[in-house]
Design a protein around this ligand. Structure first.
Ligand code: 8YV
Length: 316
């Protein structure tokens, strides 16, 4: 009997995904083990199914000398050492397309939280001040300008939700798109978007160019009544700069699904602020979406093992 290829699954996936992989490979489920304990199992692996929350760095990749494909159960792959993949000819796939609606829903929820100052309103109720009077008014979404920094499939899905709520949508991408009429967004330079928007949303991938792009200078360009939403990666925002902007009233509030560091440790000053709402990186965290993401990653692995075209390859 020929030996079956080994697939290492390093993140929790639905049983149906493991079953699908087992039709084609010897599957080792490492999801419950810390990264430090993956060693032996990775030694014989030709494929890894990974998520974005654990570094797939030179150390991990070094434990897998036979590795030929890394299939991400995520759109982002900033946690993967691409230099090592290139040098070793290891193939990379992501799960784009499988999580657009879930992430857009969560992002738009954060926009509503931020613009309507709901973290503050919830604190008002919880703290008993409701007994003394109404919470101060927030602002309408209808008529407000939403500035999307990044305008891929998720950005456009957020734009559609915002337009239903009556918001004007502007977006920033390095290269203006040529479908403003279809997407309903209007391109702006980064600085112009910051100055014009009532709510600025980060939806860019983390790259050397975008790391820290929301810094002191960026927040200084925003309106003092504006809010900031991060649904991209924590490190596109300088956490110290955000804290200063909130403390000094440079901006009015923030809603964050991602943070730097991540997880944000208990006791961090951002948690104590009533002008900040924080969710623990749950953009794609629904049963249906996570199953679809993992299944897409598994299908990429199966296609690779069968020498068929990959569904969602990343060109390295
Ligand atoms: C998840 C994500 O947090 O797709 C991404 O880039 O950040 C996420 O959807 C995660 O990778 C799921 O395991």
């Amino acid at each position: 009997m020929t030996e079956r290829p080994r697939v290492a699954v390093t993140t929790t996936v639905a049983p149906v995904v493991l079953e699908r992989l087992r039709e084609h490979a010897d599957v080792v489920d490492l999801a419950e083990l810390p990264r430090e304990a993956w060693g032996g199992a990775l030694a014989g692996a030709v494929a890894m199914l990974c998520s974005s929350n654990v570094p797939i760095d030179g150390e991990v990749l070094g434990l897998a000398p036979h590795l030929r494909i890394v299939a991400m159960q995520s759109v982002g792959y900033d946690n993967v050492d691409l230099g090592v993949l290139r040098a070793r000819g290891i193939v990379l796939t992501n799960s784009r397309g499988s999580l657009v609606d879930a992430v857009a829903d969560l992002t738009f929820a954060l926009v509503v939280l931020a613009v309507r100052r709901l973290a503050f309103a919830m604190d008002w109720a919880r703290s008993g001040r409701w007994m003394e009077g109404d919470a101060p008014f927030a602002h309408d979404l209808a008529g407000a300008t939403l500035g999307l920094v990044g305008f891929g499939a998720i950005g456009r899905a957020v734009a559609r939700r915002a337009q239903v709520a009556g918001m004007n949508v502007v977006y920033h991408t390095r290269t203006p798109r040529d479908d403003d009429d279809a997407s309903g967004g209007n391109h702006r330079g980064f600085d112009a978007l910051l100055a014009e928007s009532d709510c600025v949303v980060a939806l860019v991938p983390l790259t050397p160019r975008t790391r820290g792009m929301f810094d002191d200078a960026a927040f200084a360009r925003m309106k003092p009544t504006a809010t900031f939403v991060n649904a991209a990666r924590g490190a596109v925002c300088d956490t110290g700069a955000l804290l200063r902007a909130l403390e000094q009233g440079t901006i009015a509030g923030a809603a964050l699904d991602v943070t730097d560091p991540e997880p944000l440790p208990p006791g961090h000053p951002l948690y104590a602020r009533t002008d900040v709402a924080i969710t623990p990186h749950v953009g794609s965290a629904t049963v249906e979406t996570r199953t679809r993401m993992a299944m897409l990653a598994a299908q990429n692995i199966i296609a690779f093992l069968r020498d068929e075209p990959l569904l969602t390859p990343i060109v390295l």
